[in-house]
Design a binder for this molecule. Structure first.
Ligand code: NAG
Ligand code: NAG
Ligand code: NAG
Ligand code: NAG
Ligand code: NAG
Length: 467
């Protein structure tokens, strides 16, 4: 997360509807299971016969592979999305993001001469690596939604309604301005949505939107100008929608989805090639840390993490983002991660880090210091048992000087390392945002596909409980 606001220092303690969530998801599973089996069987039978092209038309001869998966995309006025990025340069607070908007939010392609070791580190001959900025998800997601295989203009058959609002660009544009200015466009959108016939069907419960920023940017509690962010996510209309963000601090209708990484492959074959490369990698460092210290945050453990890394006599690689430009070079970042067995991911301004996803992509086992960094966040994406894919060291233990990170990691056996890396390998496809457009067996079940299926599950759960 960006360095910026001193007021976001304290992590909000949350959690409580956990039991309810578990009961609900079990219930949901029982109800949806027959439906899922049915769809999987249909898919298998169909994909066997017509692997090349499955026509997507509603209700034709009884076998509609899109049934239950149709999405209606709201055709929003451009002030809610395109105008925000078209005028990017006009807003001081957005200016440094504008260059990342190219290639539908993937950012500039990484070319061979971008860095000396590019070809060794990445698989650039496939053209699937980009200098992707961490806050571009809303742009990427809309592009992927526009290429989704089951779109419909008939909202009466849709299972979900997508709202392509660029909420992150909106909130960022008026950073530090009056609350009135910050809230205006969101309130405008809420009114717009509520007046549409699609809203009436389920009071917006089938609507969803995605933001490329952390949820707390949209949950301002007071109407004081000094307070943080806008109050989009607190508007009654938005409380009925499903909201996806890169970090959530509400456990009701907001869900965390992965930060985008630099890798946007096209096909399953390409992902398999990458997984193979990651598995074979020789890793010189036991652990590494890429980041900047947070001297102004008293409770930050980064200082101690860096101290221990530097004291390790070469077993730990530290890339200091405060003093080195290398952190801005995806090739350099991926090179360090590929060269390390463990990657330290201490919280920054907020508990989550984009870096966690880059390191996992490189097959580096994450070392996490706070349950909100991954475990409480990306539940749709990671196995429930976090010991399968990560090492947990509590912040307290680091603060109290109770633990030597090097010693602890040095004691993890080869066998466990191998098992964890194997698990990460399976997780990799789920965390990436693939290049849009692929259909059929080469289509990757990526972060986007998983998010959309989970939205469907939520809508049908709600629908079933209200008929
Ligand atoms: C690549 O390495 C050469 C020689 O070591 C150096 O002069 C050059 O600046 C490097 N280029 C990049 C893009 O890092
Ligand atoms: C390229 O890789 C070599 C060996 O892995 C390494 O020593 C060197 O520092 C790398 N070059 C750059 C520019 O990162
Ligand atoms: C929906 O309507 C728009 C505008 O008429 C059209 O461009 C688009 O192809 C339609 N989409 C579908 C899925 O039929
Ligand atoms: C809600 O349930 C009704 C009745 O089962 C069904 O006809 C309708 O398609 C469902 N709507 C959605 C959005 O799932
Ligand atoms: C949200 O949904 C509830 C029913 O679930 C409905 O009573 C309420 O009016 C909805 N809110 C808005 C703003 O539509």
């Amino acid at each position: 997360m960006e360095k910026s606001n001193p007021r976001t220092k304290k992590f909000v303690r949350k959690r409580d509807p956990k039991l309810l969530t578990e009961i609900l998801s079990t219930l949901m599973f029982c109800m949806l299971f027959p439906l899922l089996i049915n769809q999987i069987v249909t898919y298998l039978i169909l994909s066997h016969k017509e692997t090349q092209y499955i026509p997507v038309k509603p209700k034709q001869e009884g076998t509609d592979t899109c049934s239950g998966r149709y999405v209606y995309i709201h055709n929003l006025p451009s002030r809610f999305n395109d105008d925000l990025i078209k005028n990017c340069e006009a807003y001081i607070e957005l200016r440094n993001k504008c260059k990342y908007l190219v290639n539908s939010g993937f950012g500039p392609r990484i070319l061979e001469d971008n860095h000396n070791n590019t070809t060794q580190v990445l698989t650039i001959e496939t053209g699937s690596w980009y200098n992707t900025n961490q806050f571009m998800l809303e742009v990427i997601f809309r592009e992927k939604m526009n290429h989704y295989e089951c779109l419909t203009n008939d909202s009466s058959i849709s299972s979900a309604v997508f709202v392509p609002f660029f909420a992150g660009f909106d909130v960022r544009r008026f950073w530090g301005y009056s609350v009135k200015l910050r809230d205006e466009l969101g309130e405008d959108l809420a009114r717009w949505l509520k007046e549409r016939p699609e809203w009436r069907k389920l009071n917006g419960r089938d609507h969803f939107f995605v933001t490329g920023r952390v949820g707390r940017d949209f949950r301002r509690a007071s109407d004081q100008d000094w307070d943080w962010g806008n109050k989009l996510m607190r508007l009654p209309e938005f409380e009925n929608m499903t909201m996806l963000s890169i970090e959530t601090n509400s456990w009701s209708n907001e869900f965390a989805v992965p930060y985008p990484t630099y890798f946007h492959p096209k096909s399953v074959t390409e992902v398999k090639g990458w997984q193979r490369k990651v598995r074979m990698m020789k890793r010189r460092y036991l652990f590494s840390f890429i980041g900047a210290p947070r001297p102004e945050m008293e409770e930050s453990i980064r200082g101690e993490v860096i101290r221990q890394c530097l004291a390790s006599e070469g077993r730990c690689k530290f890339l200091n983002c405060e003093t080195s430009k290398d952190c801005g070079y995806p090739v350099k970042v991926m090179e360090v991660f590929q060269d390390s067995v463990f990657c330290l991911q201490p919280p920054g301004d907020t508990p989550t880090r984009r870096s966690t996803f880059d390191s996992i992509l490189a097959g580096c086992i994450p070392v996490l210091f706070h349950p909100d960094s991954v475990y409480n966040q990306y539940k749709w994406y990671f196995p429930e048992d976090h010991t399968k894919y990560s090492v947990y060291i509590s912040e307290e233990d680091v603060k109290n000087g109770k633990v030597s990170i090097e010693k602890l990691l040095g004691m993890v056996g080869e066998e466990r390392i191998w098992r964890m890396r194997n698990e990460l390998e399976k997780i990799i496809p789920k965390l990436i945002y693939a290049k849009p457009g692929e259909v059929g067996p080469e289509k990757i079940e990526d972060a986007f596909e998983i998010a959309v299926s989970r939205v469907f599950e939520r809508v049908s759960l709600f629908n079933m409980s209200h008929i």
